[in-house]
Design a protein around this ligand. Sequence first.
Ligand code: ADP
Length: 182
Amino acid sequence: MKQRLLFLGPPGAGKGTQAQLLASSKGLLHLSTGDLLRAEVKAATPLGQEAEAVMARGELVSDALVLAIVRHRLERHNGGWLLDGFPRNLPQAMALDGLLAELGQAIELVVLMELEDPVLLQRLLARGRADDNAEVIRHRLEVYREQTAPLIAHYQGLGLLQPVEANGTVEEISARLRALLD
Ligand code: ADP
């Protein structure tokens, strides 16, 4: 079983839900930059105050800030991990490669969760998080296409990419993932 995984895919594809299920069943660290940033916002730390407005607009928080968060967690962790929501652009992917080289680790698999825009939109509107209104969602999808989607070709080129159909129930999708990973 692979121990060092990335989850890639548009907002609303269900990365967080599936990453959490998989990480807890396999005993991996689930590292979601979105969750960690929201926790900082909630705790009103200086970092959270810096991130809050950017997140509310659906834009990306600075690379330096998210990288510091990821570095802090990975440096203190022994064992497998599952990164969810990071990297989100090529500079973050390069920085992650550097950090992993430093730690003597490597990504073993990149799961790409694929889902069509109308379904994504429907799911995000139903979720109703602070950054889940129609206008901000549209912008997040744009940011995904422009900045994050280029990572698909990057990881495909490295022979690490594994696409997964993300339509269906939570159980159906997690069964697909288990079949792929076991
Ligand atoms: P979703 O997958 O629905 O977009 P996330 O919880 O992953 O939700 O992210 C929510 C917001 O947090 C993003 O729109 C962005 O502002 C910020 N964020 C999360 N991860 C990153 C990252 N790696 N780099 C920059 N910003 C990030």
